[in-house]
Design a protein around this ligand. Structure first.
Ligand SMILES: Cc1ncc(COP(=O)(O)O)c(C=O)c1O
Length: 430
């Protein structure tokens, strides 16, 4: 047999299928809070647009359909301009490339700025596909510890200590976070952006879950116009987006990179090689839904798909209410299970069995009480360290619950079964 790539062999196997191998011995229906995917089909308007796509079987430009890039730029000006107005946001369609999903956006972005042997700082727990991408490419993920006491928010000063001159190429953050649900405040993101600019490295922001917080203000102000080009976000920020969750089209594989046109020229080489172009039918379908009879002749104030935007807001309000329900049901039904953080799609919960790993708890939850959730160990979180570098003995006690695709009755059912687990696992001390 021929040898396999050392990088591929040193990369972990996809963790989610491992959780799907656990089978329940319970006679009851399995309650599944493991999956971070939308629970309902796309909006009927989008389904109809997808069904009506005509001629879309040819390639389009590697960086995407111009109409969708234009619409997305407008959408981003509206979202990041919520506090100070669209006109203060410095994003145009030439800053945007459409990718075959956000995972590929990360691959392309990191390949454009780092080489094998380089280092990339990732807060722990991390999104496992980021870590897997780095190891597949021979790059070194450098764990940045976070803790429940800080709401799993990463520290810019700790990150600064991890920067290895000449080796570190980027800090990659996910906000709102997968798996912790933590939403990074705008000021914290600004501090990370300042650090990246000062050190001449990139700040990569994966904003896949951006639309699932109730928008009272802009998610951050990194894209604001600045007095000079030299202070613009383009020298140090790369933002990634996914259409999978907001528009509920994960199988259509659409994501986006927002970066300087100079970097996008380099990224274009990678996109041309890896994807040629992102799937064209959903790009055309989405672009066709941009309102054409805009009351504002410039169209500036109309976000992409203003109708679908209402639908996204509706989903995010429903998820928000489900988070509240989960919190109150857990407090009443299973108070020994403690929510450490929650937001957007996820709640991150500490289990009540000291000394037991998150993975063994999750496996028993499936087998004995019919609840499927994901252990922090799948997100590298079992290796989280305390600020002083000591191994954190509680680091492997967290479990990710997805509140995105489950109904309210099942949420309460899950909490009741967590309480049952305390007596079902009676060979363990609580
Ligand atoms: C943080 C994060 N980034 C990217 C993705 C993948 O997005 P896409 O379907 O657009 O590739 C996910 C999916 O769960 C995710 O959690």
């Amino acid at each position: 047999m021929f040898p396999f790539s050392r990088s591929v062999l040193s990369t972990i196997s996809p963790p989610i299928p491992a959780a799907y191998k656990w089978t329940t011995k319970s006679h009851r229906q399995l309650l599944d809070m493991s999956q971070g995917v939308p629970g309902t089909p796309p909006h009927p308007m989008l389904q109809q647009a997808l069904a009506q796509i005509g001629n879309a079987w040819g390639y389009c430009p590697a960086e995407g359909e111009p109409a969708l890039r234009e619409a997305l730029a407008k959408e981003m000006r509206s979202i990041y301009g919520l506090t100070k107005g669209d006109e203060n946001v410095d994003i145009t369609s030439s800053d945007i490339a459409i990718t075959s999903g956000c995972n590929l956006a990360f691959v392309a972005a990191i390949m454009a700025i780092a080489d094998a042997g380089d280092e990339v700082i990732l807060p722990v727990p991390w999104y496992f596909n980021h870590q897997m991408t780095l190891t597949l490419l021979g790059m070194q993920p450098v764990p940045l510890s976070t803790s429940a006491s800080d709401g799993f928010l990463p520290s810019p000063s700790l990150a600064a200590q991890l920067i290895n001159p000449g080796k570190t190429r980027a800090i990659a953050l996910v906000t709102p976070n997968n798996p912790t649900g933590a939403v990074y405040p705008p000021e914290l993101l600004q501090e990370f952006a300042n650090l990246a600019r000062e050190k001449g490295i990139a700040l990569i922001l994966d904003e896949t879950y951006r639309d699932f917080i109730i928008p009272e203000s802009a998610p951050h102000s990194l894209f604001n116009k600045t007095p000079s080009d030299s202070s613009s976000w383009r020298s140090h920020v790369i933002s990634l987006y996914s259409f999978s969750k907001s528009y509920r089209i994960p199988s259509h594989r659409l994501g986006a990179i927002t970066a300087s046109p100079t970097l996008l020229t380099q990224i274009g080489k990678i996109l041309d090689t890896l994807q040629i172009c992102a799937p064209r039918p959903p790009q055309i379908a989405l672009a066709s839904l941009v309102p054409s009879n805009s009351p504002d002749p410039s169209g500036e104030s109309i976000p992409l798909l203003s109708l679908l935007h209402q639908d996204i807001l509706f989903t995010s309000q429903a998820i928000h209410l489900r988070h509240a329900l989960f919190k109150s049901a857990l407090t009443t039904e299973a108070p020994k299970w403690k929510i450490a953080s929650q937001g957007a799609y996820y709640a991150f919960v500490q289990h009540p069995f000291p000394g037991r790993s998150s993975e063994e708890v999750c496996q028993r939850l499936v087998e004995e009480v019919g609840v499927r959730v994901l252990p922090v160990a799948f997100f590298g979180g079992d290796s989280n360290r305390k600020v002083d570098g000591e191994q954190d003995s509680d680091a492997d006690r967290y479990i990710r619950f997805s509140v995105a695709n489950i109904d309210d009755n099942s949420v309460v059912g899950v909490c009741q079964r967590l309480a049952e687990a305390e007596s079902a696992f009676r060979d363990w001390t609580v």
